[in-house]
Design a protein around this ligand. Structure first.
Ligand code: ZN
Length: 313
């Protein structure tokens, strides 16, 4: 007898692969990985934004608090936030108790809408930048991701986190107010497990993004993070780092990027010629290359060119 179950089986497996079917319906498939006692990570794709990944390119951390799970970053869209809320409820029936946004880039905070009734904490400058840049970011995300973004509205953080020792939902953190990837980048050290959640100050095996970057301040922030001696580090993008390789890798990439752009400016190359630079093997294999290098050239080269131009008067 042909039942409804058979019909679904044919639809689900025989005609279209489950993952492709989920993509066609714009459903995020989020899998939490336990990375410490009472701590889970959802690891994003290391690719650039695409209609295949729906912008699920960012790392999210969920940490046990007294009354639910503390969420660090909320993803790129309303639908992603909804998927996160159901992951949280599967891990802890009480769901999410508080949200922390590491910085104001849209892949990290556009899921806030789902948690608007909870405290949403960030650095003060992140809050103002989310308000001032949010709509422009949303336009861009709708262009890149289409239907994945349907219904998404910009919900900025609501509370300013203090720096230093803080307690959020009963859990002790050290909040480190840094910057350089953007105007304000929050890194959070979980005292109980020694896990450093670095946001986009650290990328691992995925090319760093630079649309809001100040490379000198970013390098100084990396030095501060390295001095912490964390047991493990969760980068903003890329796998969890237990071997202390991610900070030196990010530093090396940013140094190479700056030297490459300065040399090109001194040699009088134009932007297209710089984009044709062959990437060294250690950076060519990173996720989202060469797109991120090309984006960095377009963000950073005009300013560096101005600095390096011989003064004519
Ligand atoms: Zn970012």
């Amino acid at each position: 007898m042909f039942t409804r179950r058979h019909a679904l089986g044919i639809l689900g497996a025989g005609i279209i692969a489950p993952r492709a079917y989920a993509q066609a319906r714009h459903v995020y498939d989020l899998t939490p990985i336990q990375i410490a006692d009472g701590m889970w990570m959802i690891e994003g794709s290391t690719d650039y934004f695409s209609m295949q990944n729906g912008g699920a390119i960012v790392n999210i951390v969920l940490i046990e608090g007294d009354s639910g799970l503390i969420l660090i970053d909320s993803g790129p869209s309303l639908r992603y936030g909804e998927a996160l809320a159901s992951v949280a409820r599967r891990l802890d029936l009480r769901g999410v108790s508080a949200v922390i946004n590491t910085h104001h880039h849209p892949d990290h905070f556009f899921g806030n809408q789902v948690f608007a009734d909870k405290p949403i904490l960030s650095l003060g400058e992140t809050l103002s930048a989310a308000v001032s840049d949010g709509d422009a970011f949303a336009d861009n995300m709708y262009r890149l991701l289409g239907d994945w973004m349907r219904g998404t509205e910009v919900v900025p953080p609501t509370q300013v986190i203090s720096s230093g020792e803080v307690t959020i939902d009963g859990r002790s953190f050290t909040a480190l107010p840094l910057g350089g990837h953007t105007v304000a980048d929050l890194a959070v050290l979980d005292r109980q497990t020694g896990t450093l959640i670095a946001g986009d100050l650290v990328f691992y095996d995925r090319a760093p993004t630079t649309p809001s970057a100040d490379l000198e301040i970013w390098q100084a922030s990396l030095n501060e993070l390295e001095a912490i001696n964390a047991a493990q580090l969760v980068p903003g993008h890329g796998p969890v780092d237990k071997t202390r390789a991610a900070i030196p890798q990010t530093r090396a990439y940013l140094s190479w990027l700056e030297h490459t752009l300065r040399n090109a400016a001194r040699e009088g190359l134009d932007m297209i010629e710089v984009m044709d630079t062959t990437l060294p093997a250690e950076f060519a294999g990173m996720g989202a290359q060469p797109q991120e290098f090309h984006r960095s050239v377009s963000h950073l080269f005009p300013g560096i060119e101005l600095q390096e131009l011989p003064r004519g008067n």
